[in-house]
Design a binder for this molecule. Sequence first.
Ligand SMILES: [Zn+2]
Length: 192
Amino acid sequence: MGHDDLEIGSIEMITGPMFAGKSEELLRRINRLKYAKKKYLVFKPSIDNRYSETEVVSHNKRSSKAIAISKSEEIYKFYTDDIDVICIDEVQFFDEGIVKIIDELANKGKRVICAGLDCDFKGDPFQISATILAKAEYVTKLTAICCVCGREATMTQRLVNGVPVSRKDPVVLVGASESYEARCRHCHIVKD
Ligand SMILES: [Zn+2]
């Protein structure tokens, strides 16, 4: 097969803070793949060590079947050359190997659609998201609405017992009630 016969692959990245509708946008694109009769796979990171059938679900309860995997290389257990599109939700939670795989799939002529957070609750970029954003042909950066002032929110605020967390707080706080809010740059608080 000559180079001219090769379909041009691409990487799409849907990003933004929590509550911006990233999964909803991914599901909208998946729905269009169904209508177009494309062959596609949907992956998301597994919380335990086994892969399983699961779903991508948006806040307004739209859903699609997905395969939960714990390591990025497990994508190749399911991938076959007749697959047109590979969708990956919560991409920031995968191991670093995901970046190489996404690149390889796009280089094979596949359309790769990723969705994930760009920054953590401290406002620091997830390295995987930052790299995919740099490599992507198409970027959709969604915003949410700031819970404090109602402006456009680009950041995720983590609260423990209703109070903004500091950088020193452990990631897991036993017995505390944790919550997350979308906030704008002005209202986002990270104590040192
Ligand atoms: Zn605000």
